[in-house]
Design a protein around this ligand. Structure first.
Ligand SMILES: NC(=O)c1ccc[n+]([C@@H]2O[C@H](COP(=O)([O-])OP(=O)(O)OC[C@H]3O[C@@H](n4cnc5c(N)ncnc54)[C@H](O)[C@@H]3O)[C@@H](O)[C@H]2O)c1
Ligand SMILES: O=c1ccn([C@@H]2O[C@H](COP(=O)(O)OP(=O)(O)O[C@H]3O[C@H](CO)[C@@H](O)[C@H](O)[C@H]3O)[C@@H](O)[C@H]2O)c(=O)[nH]1
Length: 439
C-alpha cells in the first residue's frame, strides 16, 4: 500500500518505519528540513532502541523515503497519516494548528481518494474539524474528490516504541465509512496475525479512548505517589504495599511504581487537555484528574523537600545527578522531573554534575552553557566532591552500582533515590544514608 506519514517525530517515524517493515511503500514528510537531512543521510533525529537499523533496512529496500515536499507527499499515499505534535495551548487545551495545517495541505493538493488518518492525540471533535478543513480546501478549488477521515490513536511508549508498534495490545480505529474500514483492516492485517486486535469504533470514541488510557495510567501513578508519601510518614514500605495490591488481578502490577512524578510528552499534556475539553466543551470539572495533575506537580519537588530536610540550606552544595530523560531508553526531556529538580537546586544556590547515557546532549540544548550544570562521562564521574547522589531515571546501568566506591567518592555517603532502585536495608547496612520514595 502507498502510505504518507506527515510528521517524523517519535510517532510518525516509528509508525512509518514499521509500516514499511511489513512491505508498504512509505513516504515520510516533515516541515523541519534538518530532520529530513539527518534521515536522508542514514541517521535518525531521536534516540529510540532498534529504530535506526529498521530505518536503514527499509530505506535500502526502497520502501521508506523522506521529503519536505508537501505536494509529493500528498500525491504519494492513498492513506495519509497525520502524526504531528499537539502541544498544550496556554489554557492546557491541545493546540490543533499543526493537525489542521496538515489537513488543509491534503485538501489543497489531493487529486484522488484519500483516507486521512489522525494518529496524533487530539480532543473529541477533531475528526470533524479535519473533515471540515479538507472540505473547505476542496470547495476553494471547486472540486469534489472523495475522502474519509479516520481516528487511529497511537499507544506506543517511548523507549519501547518499535516493539509496541510491531506487537500492539490493541489497534483502535475510529471510522464510519466502509471503504476506510476495509483499508484500515488491510493495513493492520500483518500486525494481528494470531488474534484480533482491531477495535472499530466511531471517530469520537476513538479520540476519547486515547485520553482515557493515558488519564487512567496517570491516575494510578499519582495515586501511588500520594500513598507513598503517606506510607513514609506512617512507617510503612510502599514497595511492599505495591506488591500486596498488584497481586490482585483486578488491580495488576503495571504502572504502580511510585517515583518523583510522571513526565514525558504525553501524560502531563493529555491530562491537561482532557481537563480543558471537559471544562470548555461540556462545562464539567473533572475532579479526579485535576487532583492527579496537582499531585504530580507536587511530586516533582519531592526530592528537593527531602534534600532541604536533610541539609537545611542548599546554598553552595553540590550534587551528583543520575538520569535526566523522563524515563529510561529515550533522550526525550519533555516534562522530565529532572528539569524541575535542577531548577529547584539552582534556585536554592546549589550546583549539579549530571550523567545520563543518552540525554545529556538534549539537556545541554535546554539549559545552555550554564556553569552550574556540568556533565560527567560516566556515572561514577559525577560523584566527585558531591554532597549527595540523586537519582531520577531508572536506567538499567544504575541498578547495581559499586556502593563502596560511591561511599568513598561522595563527600557525604547519602543517596536520594527518586525511583526506588535499591533495597534500603542493603544500602543502609553499608553505612550509606538512603532516602527513597515511600519507604
Ligand atoms: N511521543 C509519544 O510517545 C507519543 C505516543 C502516542 C501518541 N503521541 C501523540 O502523537 C503526536 C506526535 O507526537 P510526537 O512525540 O511524535 O511529536 P514530535 O514533536 O516528536 O514530532 C512531530 C513532528 O511533526 C512535524 N510537523 C509539524 N507540523 C508539520 C506539518 N504541517 N507537516 C509535516 N510535519 C510537521 C514536526 O516538525 C515534528 O518533527 C502528538 O499528538 C502526541 O501526543 C505521542
Ligand atoms: O509505574 C509507573 C510508570 C510510569 N511512570 C512515569 O510515567 C511517565 C510516562 O511513562 P511511560 O508511560 O512508560 O512513557 P510514555 O512514552 O510517556 O508513554 C505513555 O504516553 C504515550 C503517549 O500518549 C502513550 O502512547 C503510552 O501508551 C503511555 O504509556 C514516565 O515519567 C515514567 O517515569 C511512573 O512514575 N510510574
Amino acid at each position: 500500500m502507498k502510505i504518507t506519514v506527515v510528521g517524523t517525530g517519535y510517532v510518525g517515524l516509528v509508525s512509518g518505519t514499521c509500516l514499511a517493515e511489513v512491505g508498504n511503500d512509505v513516504l515520510c514528510l516533515d516541515v523541519d528540513p534538518e530532520k529530513i537531512r539527518i534521515l536522508e543521510e542514514g541517521g535518525i533525529p531521536i534516540y529510540e532502541p532498534g529504530l535506526q537499523e529498521m530505518v536503514r533496512r527499509n530505506v535500502a529496500a526502497g520502501r521508506l523515503s523522506f521529503t519536505t515536499d508537501v505536494e509529493k507527499a500528498v500525491h504519494h499515499g492513498t492513506i495519509q497519516f497525520i502524526a504531528v505534535g499537539t502541544p498544550p495551548d496556554e489554557d492546557g487545551s491541545a493546540d490543533l494548528q499543526y493537525v489542521l495545517g496538515a489537513a488543509r495541505n491534503i485538501g489543497r493538493l489531493m487529486s484522488d481518494y484519500k483516507v486521512v488518518v489522525d494518529k496524533s492525540t487530539v480532543p473529541v471533535g477533531t475528526g470533524a474539524k479535519v473533515k471540515a478543513a479538507i472540505a473547505d480546501e476542496l470547495a476553494k478549488r471547486a472540486v469534489d474528490i472523495p475522502y474519509s477521515v479516520v481516528s487511529n490513536p497511537e499507544f506506543l511508549k517511548e523507549g519501547a516504541a518499535v516493539e509496541d508498534f510491531m506487537r500492539p495490545d490493541r489497534i483502535v480505529v475510529g471510522a464510519e465509512e466502509e471503504q476506510a474500514i476495509l483499508l484500515m483492516r488491510a493495513l493492520y492485517a500483518p500486525f494481528q496475525r494470531n488474534h484480533e486486535r482491531l477495535i472499530i469504533t466511531d471517530v469520537k470514541s476513538a479520540e476519547l479512548t486515547k485520553y482515557a488510557a493515558n488519564a487512567m495510567l496517570a491516575t494510578r501513578i499519582s495515586f501511588m505517589n500520594e500513598l507513598a508519601n503517606l506510607a513514609e510518614v506512617l512507617g510503612a514500605d510502599i514497595e511492599m504495599v505495591r506488591q500486596g495490591i498488584g497481586s490482585d488481578p483486578r488491580i495488576g502490577y503495571h504502572f504502580l511504581y511510585p517515583g518523583c512524578g510522571y513526565g514525558g510528552s504525553c501524560f502531563p499534556k493529555d491530562v491537561k487537555a482532557l481537563i480543558a475539553t471537559a471544562q470548555d466543551d461540556a462545562d464539567i470539572t473533572l475532579k479526579v484528574l485535576t487532583a492527579v495533575e496537582e499531585a504530580n506537580d507536587a511530586q516533582k519537588h519531592v526530592l528537593t523537600h527531602k534534600l532541604k530536610a536533610r541539609f537545611g540550606d542548599l546554598k553552595g552544595k553540590h550534587f551528583a545527578l543520575w538520569g535526566l530523560s523522563f524515563k529510561p531508553n529515550t533522550d526525550d526531556m519533555r516534562e522530565a522531573p529532572s528539569r524541575e529538580l535542577i531548577a529547584d537546586l539552582f534556585a536554592a544556590g546549589a550546583t549539579v554534575t549530571a550523567y545520563d547515557p543518552v540525554a545529556m546532549h538534549e539537556t545541554q540544548r535546554i539549559f545552555g552553557d550554564d556553569s552550574r550544570l556540568q556533565y560527567a562521562e560516566n556515572p561514577m564521574g559525577a560523584l566527585d566532591s558531591a554532597d549527595a547522589l540523586l537519582i531520577v531515571t531508572e536506567w538499567k546501568e544504575f541498578r547495581s552500582p559499586d556502593f563502596d566506591a560511591i561511599k568513598q567518592t561522595l563527600k557525604n555517603p547519602v543517596i536520594f533515590d527518586g525511583r526506588n532502585l535499591y533495597d534500603p536495608k542493603l544500602v543502609r547496612g553499608l553505612g550509606i544514608e538512603y532516602f527513597a520514595i515511600g519507604r
